[in-house]
Design a protein around this ligand. Structure first.
Ligand code: 0O2
Length: 272
């Protein structure tokens, strides 16, 4: 196939990867903005390389003209979660969408591959708009935990290096590592609620501090500089106490002061 034709074939898949990456990243943002725990931690996307497509065609004995029908992972999205439990939540989110239709599922978490590979794969049908009009393509979404991703990235590199001839001692080490990853995911799940609580309060703390600093900055524009400087010192003092309740109280007090200045400004405007 000519290089130009490869570009033409891959172009809609490139668009799909870009769009899907934006959409999943936006889901993370929406969760954070609503102060909700996001089951998605990170999103990555790639279009399969031409060499990898050619290898797969050869391995599966697929003719070149059946490439788009038979290869489902030309467009690939990887969604990384913190906990195994998050994977089902991500699937639920995808099932609830009108722009992605799940056409098949491969559950390598309950059915671990002989290599030790664990991941949850969804093949989705997704429509992209091209110059020629809408085009429905397939894309593969791999959903896995950080630990599963760590293992499979390393194993993938070794597979690439050794092809079918992976030395037995390395295969054994990888298999041991795969068992350790199962145990690690299990351990992390058992302290999931504590980890989620810690992450939520760290996020709340971050937003509170951001809000306080914005308020102080606004006060700087409308009020006496010495007074604002005192407020700022007080903020640093309370911040160092590492006490969320004190910080919340300070935030409320600051809101009242800011409100007072706003009311004053409206009255002055009105009088003028
Ligand atoms: P690449 O380089 O990631 O694109 P198969 O028949 O198993 O070869 P199929 O039918 O497409 O492939 O489905 P499957 O098994 O769901 O595999 C799709 C992708 O999952 C693979 O794509 C890999 O990315 C990943 N994967 C599957 N099995 C393993 C494994 O044992 N180890 C690792 N590290 N990854 C795996 P490609 O095309 O093989 O490779």
């Amino acid at each position: 196939m000519e290089i130009q034709l490869w570009r033409q074939i891959l172009c809609p898949y490139e668009l799909a990867v870009k769009e899907l990456t934006v959409k999943f990243n936006h889901l993370i943002k929406e969760h954070h903005e609503k102060d909700l725990y996001s089951p998605i931690t990170q999103v990555m996307g790639r279009v399969k390389s031409v060499t990898s497509i050619l290898d797969k065609l050869q391995r599966k004995n697929i003719p070149l003209d059946k490439l788009e029908e038979e290869i489902d992972d030309i467009a690939g999205i990887r969604i990384i979660c913190q906990f195994v439990e998050d994977i089902a939540k991500v699937e639920e989110l995808i099932r609830g969408r009108s722009d992605m239709e799940i056409v098949s599922v491969k559950d390598y978490i309950h059915h671990i591959k002989p290599s030790g590979y664990r991941s949850y794969h969804l093949i989705i049908a997704y429509t992209v708009e091209t110059l020629q009009g809408p085009k429905k393509i397939h894309a593969e979404i791999q959903i896995r935990t950080m630990a599963m991703d760590f293992w499979s990235t390393i194993e993938h590199s070794l597979q690439y290096k050794y092809k079918a001839n992976m030395p037995e001692h390395i295969r054994k080490r990888l298999s041991n590592a795969a068992d350790a990853i199962v145990a690690l995911d299990h351990e992390m799940s058992s302290v999931r609620s504590d980890i989620m609580d810690a992450q939520n309060s760290s996020m709340t703390n971050l937003k509170l501090v951001e809000d306080i600093l914005n308020n102080i900055e606004n006060l700087y524009r409308v009020s006496n500089k010495r007074e604002v400087s005192k407020i700022q010192d007080e903020f640093y003092r309370i911040y160092q106490m590492n006490d969320m309740e004190q910080l919340k109280h300070f935030h409320r007090q600051l809101d009242i002061i800011s409100e007072g200045y706003r009311a004053q400004a409206v009255t002055t405007d009105f009088e003028e």
